[in-house]
Design a protein around this ligand. Structure first.
Ligand SMILES: [Zn+2]
Length: 725
């Protein structure tokens, strides 16, 4: 529980303690669902294991997506899909209220703290708004407000809801002293240096006037606002990234959030992130607060801060709806992204009287716009087999122009999703993107359904290997349990080669499939047995590609151990857990002998801090003969010999390429030595290369190094360099 009023306010400095809740006002943005679950069905019976598992799965999945969204600013799913996961969890939790799983309960507010920045404690919490999407829900909000205030009609303040990253700006005696992210609502990342680099916040609040009267500057105020990126800047930066071969940002929100989490303010300064201010948190002295939001809006402008354009002061809920409609109509023409409107009770006195629920103010609500959608024809459904054997249906669509791209495929998730949508081939479907990466099918136009269409049947056998598909009771996903399934193997190899793992350039989805089907690669360890003969002739691989691929595979022997652990794709082990596992089992031998106490032990006592269930799952996998064989083969190939690279090694900062044969060393040994000495090892000489180590029979890298003026040393010199230190 992140918000516990009495304790929280005792921790505030005395100047802010005053009449507790009254101090907190406008804190906006991260929006959460107000899904009301059905009454408990449990009736004192124990929940079936499938339900417990599903709740556990949902909690983990939601936590993962929260992390991707809030902390990393790299969401994998749309807001609508996220809301669906959360609604399912709320439904199950309402039906079985007492279930405890290894996964922690889902936080009401996603935590955006990165661990890099210092932590800043907000003087007044920075919470979320409840969310509505229909007129009926808005009317219900209005009824609650009117009942609580004993009034027939209430004055509202309606403004657009910017789609960026929430920020809290502290001013003391009018001087800007701190900028912080929402964090978990109580504590956020201190991003003062990054915000200063943007030059969007004045060093000092201006002493201006509103309505002909001087505007007071409070002793202490937390001004709440949003940092955002315009569509123009978004397009501009993405074009620059594309030119550099970098992955583009998915949407302006991710760009804004990602930028504010950059570690070097100089990198922040070159991007045009803008600011808009609309609320306050802590305010001292309280008596100096404005009497309504109209007044505060004028104060913000008088202080020299950027404010929301064209907010509306309206009376009653019908007028608020009309104002929301106007904001919706203006949306297309706006140069920056908004994803809804915020309706706030205008009078501060009324807001004080309404107060807060445990997680959101009772005096404000967020109206979320329906995401943009496009209609097109469902031509067919194909199936993809993932690394774990999960079979995912993919909708094959009549290509349609949508949100600046052509969409011809969309994710369907699982059989339940197909059944829920009652999807049939030939249907006209709605595609949604909600500002995210992968389009999804949001609904079916039943009026356009052709006669005689049949409900869709999920296949019974794996589309890749023909193995019968299985589905655990209560689970939505079908699995191919065949570990030798070609598609599963290809996905494992792709994962092993991915940039977060061993980062082997040149192994994408197609190459991975070709390696499995045409080059006899049956495990990730087989990659290290490949030679030019086996590769040349595989579709898409010529001599040049084969040489590049072999060099990249070779260099991957020097990948850091935690990346190898992640690349293995062990059950439940994502990138972050891979670091914990790599820390308790420092090499392949240690991984082969790791035990439950080590896995479940507390982190500060040298354990990995895993749950008992995860440890069991992991040990089951590690005890499998195939897994043990795989690990031993990787060890023989010299993979996983490199621990954490030191920052101060003798070759720290050097970008090194090795070419030719070095007497007395195996290739894997050289690479491990280099990386352990702090060098970054690459396969080809470029302008960035700072050192070439050339042995016998060097390749074209030597010529390139000479023409670029890159220093060249031989094996003996390398030995001296490493041993001398
Ligand atoms: Zn299969």
């Amino acid at each position: 529980m992140m918000f516990a009023p009495p304790d929280f306010f005792r921790r505030l400095p005395p100047c802010c303690r005053l009449p507790s809740l009254l101090l907190i006002l406008l804190a906006t943005f991260a929006v959460h669902n107000v899904a009301a679950g059905p009454p408990p069905l449990s009736d004192g019976h124990e929940a079936p294991p499938a339900v417990i598992e599903r709740i556990d799965e949902l909690r983990r999945e939601i936590a993962r997506h929260d992390d991707l969204y809030f902390r990393l600013a790299e969401p994998e799913i749309t807001d609508a899909e996220y809301d669906a996961l959360k609604a399912e969890l709320r439904r199950l939790e309402a039906a079985w209220p007492d279930i405890v799983t290894d996964a922690p309960p889902v936080a009401e507010i996603g935590d955006d703290r990165t661990g890099f920045f210092p932590t800043h404690r907000h003087a007044a919490p920075m919470l979320s708004l409840d969310k509505v999407t229909t007129g009926a829900e808005l009317a219900a909000f209005d009824r609650r407000v009117r009942r609580a205030l004993g009034r027939d009609a209430v004055d509202y303040w309606v403004e657009p809801k910017f789609d960026g990253i929430a920020v809290s700006l502290t001013f003391e005696e009018g001087r800007f002293t701190r900028a912080a992210t929402r964090g978990n609502g109580e504590e956020g990342d201190d991003i003062t240096a990054n915000v200063r680099a943007l030059e969007v916040v004045p060093h000092k609040l201006r002493r201006g006037t509103a309505d002909g009267r001087p505007v007071p500057v409070p002793d202490f105020i937390e001004i709440r606002g949003e940092l955002f990126v315009s569509f123009k800047e978004f397009d501009h930066l993405n074009a620059a990234r594309a030119a550099e071969g970098e992955r583009p940002f998915a949407n302006p929100r991710n760009l804004a959030a990602g930028t504010m989490k950059l570690r070097d303010p100089a990198d922040v300064a070159v991007r045009r992130v803008e600011l808009v201010c609309f609320g306050w948190g802590g305010f001292v002295p309280e008596a100096a607060r404005p009497s309504d939001l109209q007044g505060f809006h004028e104060w913000l402008a008088a202080w020299g801060l950027p404010v929301v354009e064209a907010p509306e002061a309206v009376q009653g809920v019908e007028a608020a709806k009309a104002a929301i409609r106007r904001i919706g109509e203006s949306r297309e023409a706006l140069p920056f992204p908004i994803d809804g409107a915020v309706v706030k009770v205008a009078a501060v006195e009324d807001a004080d009287a309404l107060g807060w629920s445990t997680s959101a103010p009772r005096w404000a609500i967020a109206w979320k716009f329906a995401p943009p959608r496009a209609a097109t024809l469902l031509r067919g459904v194909t199936f993809q087999v993932g690394r774990t054997g999960a079979v995912t249906p993919v909708a094959e669509l009549e290509p349609v122009a949508f949100e600046g791209a052509t969409v011809s495929r969309a994710s369907l998730h699982n059989a339940d999703e197909i059944a829920r949508l009652d999807l049939r081939i030939g249907d006209t479907v709605y595609v949604e993107k909600a500002g995210d990466i992968i389009p999804v099918i949001a609904g079916v136009d039943l009026t356009a359904r052709p006669d005689g269409s049949e409900p869709f049947a999920f296949p019974e056998a794996c589309p890749s290997c023909g193995y019968p598909l299985s589905r655990a009771p209560g689970h939505a996903v079908h699995y191919c349990e065949n570990r030798q399934c070609p598609d599963r193997l290809a996905r494992r190899i792709e994962h092993f080669a991915s940039s977060g793992a061993l980062s082997i350039r040149g192994i994408g989805p197609r190459t991975a499939e070709a390696l499995v089907r045409e080059a006899g690669v049956a495990s990730v360890a087989d990659l290290y047995r490949l030679d030019a003969e086996a590769l040349v002739g595989v579709p898409g691989i010529g001599e040049r590609t084969a040489a590049d691929l072999l060099a990249a595979i070779d260099a991957s022997r020097a990948a850091r151990w935690d990346r190898v652990v992640y690349g293995l794709g062990l059950p439940g082990i994502g990138a972050r857990r891979a670091q914990s596992l790599a820390a308790v089992a420092g090499d392949i031998d240690a991984l082969l002998t790791v035990d439950a106490p080590l896995l479940t032990g507390a982190v500060d006592e040298g354990g990995a801090g895993f749950s008992a269930a995860l440890a069991r799952q992991l040990l089951d996998e590690l005890e499998r003969p195939e897994t043990r064989r795989l690990l031993l083969t990787l060890k023989d190939a010299g993979v996983g010999a490199v621990a954490q690279p030191p920052r101060d090694g003798p070759l720290a900062g050097e970008v090194v390429v090795v070419t030719g044969r070095l007497a007395g060393w195996t290739r894997a040994e050289v690479l491990a030595l280099l990386v352990n000495a702090g060098a970054e090892v690459r396969t080809r000489v470029t302008r960035e290369t700072t050192l070439l180590v050339a042995g016998e029979r060097p390749g074209s890298n030597l010529d390139r190094a000479r023409s670029l003026g890159v220093p060249v040393i031989d094996g003996a010199e390398l030995r001296r360099l490493l041993v001398a230190e």
